[in-house]
Design a protein around this ligand. Structure first.
Ligand code: ATP
Length: 369
């Protein structure tokens, strides 16, 4: 099957529950071998989107295509997708091998064909030495791999996971998300994972679709989401500690040695910084929001040029780093410094953004780029 024929494609997919618009005209393509995470706050429509792909919910309008075929009218079973709500649904009285064979019984395969499928899955997931054990004789990681095995053994066209790791403790989660990523990479099918945990999305996804109020705000690689958040919502949602978003006014722009520099009025002070050339499109006096990640701030002597003056309000140790809360005109500025930085509560400091790490959003909240 060619790549174009095996992907998942959503075109203008919408879901209404009575008066509630749960999913609003979503367009999304998930390629073969690609893992896309749907990420967003509670109630933004992630699970409903996944359930529509699986056939557990009917779309109100729009097209859902799997492997090039419109599946809106197909019942869940006929879509041949593997949907895993959470792992661990293993039958305790069956061996690993029997657990893996279970989903195949409805398919009327020969014994030899079943054995071959199991051997194949066991090879991919490294289960060959534990096929005769029962779930209570397995470690947590092994149980998880068997559960994944059960969902792939029927050779589905795609994989759908709803909060797959939410039941696990933190340590196991960390281990699992890298393992799952490795396994999914070997399967060469499109995969959609719903999660509200951004670390999970950042580690497992090739691309992340950030959702809000039923809409996709941005679909991008983890790196691009972090470096070029398309609007203030995505900017504030991705990255911890959260990006600082500070209201400001653009005063002027100028060209200097081929680069664009802008002067802003912010928190009662003025400073200038290099910016994307696109900022020149904004008129002087334009209201903007400046976005600075906490790790993009650096302290500077208070009498240095282009600094904002603030006082240290709170220091939170974070191991090798510390999260320093600065305050200026009632605005909290979060700043991550090395734990060795010499700072104390109440101290007056100058703070500035490291070069080329300033994000400028226009009055509507869109990234200027
Ligand atoms: P969470 O992370 O909390 O699961 P989510 O992003 O997955 O949230 P959905 O479960 O898709 O969000 O829900 C989207 C919206 O649709 C919510 O407002 C929810 O209350 C509503 N909703 C979901 N299912 C139904 C239903 N069967 N009937 C009515 N409203 C529903």
């Amino acid at each position: 099957m060619s790549q174009a024929q095996s992907d998942i494609r959503l075109v203008g997919v919408t879901k209404r529950f009575q008066n509630l618009l749960a999913v609003d005209s979503v367009d999304l393509t998930v390629d073969v071998g690609e893992v896309v995470c749907l990420l967003g706050p509670s109630g933004c429509g992630k699970t409903t989107t996944l359930r529509m792909i699986a056939g557990l919910e009917n779309a109100t309008s729009g097209d859902i295509l799997i492997a090039g075929r419109r599946v809106n009218e197909l019942p869940a079973r006929a879509r041949n997708v593997a949907m895993t709500f959470q792992f661990y649904a293993l039958y305790p009285s069956l061996t690993v091998e029997e657990n893996l064979a279970y989903p195949l019984h409805a398919d009327r395969l020969s014994r030899a064909a079943i054995a071959e499928r199991i051997a194949q899955v066991a090879r991919v997931l490294d289960l060959e030495t534990i096929l005769k054990r029962r779930p209570h004789q397995l470690g947590e990681g092994e149980k998880q791999r068997v559960a994944v095995g059960r969902s792939i053994v029927r050779q589905p066209t795609c994989f759908l996971f709803d909060e797959p790791l939410s039941r696990l403790d933190i340590q196991l989660r960390q281990q699992m998300r890298t393992q799952i990523k490795e396994v999914l990479e070997r399967l060469d099918k499109p995969t959609v994972i719903v999660t509200h945990d951004q670390i999970e999305a950042l580690t497992m996804a090739d691309r992340i679709a950030v959702m809000r109020d039923g809409r996709i705000e941005q679909v991008a690689t983890p790196h691009d989401l972090f470096a070029y958040p398309t609007n203030v919502f995505v900017a504030g949602f991705i990255g911890t500690p959260q990006m600082n978003l500070v209201p400001a006014t653009l005063e002027a722009t100028a060209e200097e040695e081929g680069a664009t520099r802008a002067r802003f009025a912010v928190l009662g002070e003025q400073f200038s910084a290099p910016v994307e050339a696109a900022v020149r499109r904004l008129a002087p006096g334009a209201k903007v929001t400046l976005g600075v990640r906490p790790r993009s701030f650096e302290l500077a002597p208070p009498d240095a040029a282009d600094v904002v003056h603030a006082s240290i309000d709170l220091i939170e140790p974070m191991g090798a780093e510390m999260l320093v809360h600065l305050v200026r005109q009632g605005q909290d500025l979060r700043c991550v410094l090395a734990h060795t930085a010499r700072v104390r509560l109440g101290q007056e400091v100058g703070v500035r953004c490291k070069p080329n790490q300033l994000h400028v959003f226009d009055e509507a909240g869109s990234l200027v780029r």
